[in-house]
Design a protein around this ligand. Structure first.
Ligand code: GDP
Ligand code: MG
Length: 163
């Protein structure tokens, strides 16, 4: 299957927009082991001649905050289990949230490359706002706009280096 990259993060940060921008073709979303369809989307992508599979985690969560949190834990667990690298996406429009902090806490313990992607950086003002994400304790981050595509190249350059 080649290298697997998981995109994790709380709902509405732009994971699926980013995923849809990158993938060339969708793969089956059937789990080979259990034979059941899971709430995840796979797609193939490539950059600088390197092919990889992307997982868009976390789909349809209905209900309370409590269920949201459980769902995110599950996403991160799956990512930790399966992925060779993780893109942790956050949203500059909303800034750092408690859920971002929870995910960051889990990811700081993961022994895999984690790329912090600050999404919705559609303009220069938002680039300045993004500095607050240093507070997540994950070091450098990548500014990007999944809508207009800016910054995605820099993130992908760094990502494929570790695959
Ligand atoms: P997900 O829940 O993390 O998969 O997020 P989605 O991809 O569904 O996006 C949530 C909302 O954010 C949608 O309304 C998107 O159009 C919007 N969005 C995604 N990326 C960007 C971006 O780069 N800039 C802006 N301004 N909005 C974005
Ligand atoms: Mg989504």
């Amino acid at each position: 299957m080649g290298a697997i990259v998981a995109i994790v993060g709380r709902p509405n940060v732009g994971k699926s927009t980013f995923f849809n921008r990158l993938i060339r073709r969708r793969e089956a979303i059937v789990d080979a082991v259990s034979g059941v369809t899971r709430d995840r989307h796979y797609g193939k992508s490539d950059w600088n001649g390197k092919e990889f599979s992307l997982i868009d985690t976390g789909g349809y969560v209905l209900g309370s905050d409590d269920i949201f949190e459980k769902e995110i834990d599950k996403q991160v667990e799956l990512a930790i289990g399966e992925a060779d690298a993780i893109i942790f996406m956050v949203d500059v429009e909303s800034g750092v949230t408690g859920m971002d902090e929870d995910v960051a806490k889990l990811l700081r313990k993961v022994n895999k490359p984690v790329f912090l992607a600050v999404n919705k950086v559609d303009n220069a003002q938002r680039m300045a706002d993004a500095v607050e994400f240093y507070a997540l304790g994950l070091g450098e981050y990548y500014n990007l706009s999944s809508i207009n595509g800016s910054g995605t190249g820099e993130l992908l350059d760094a990502l494929v280096e570790v695959l």
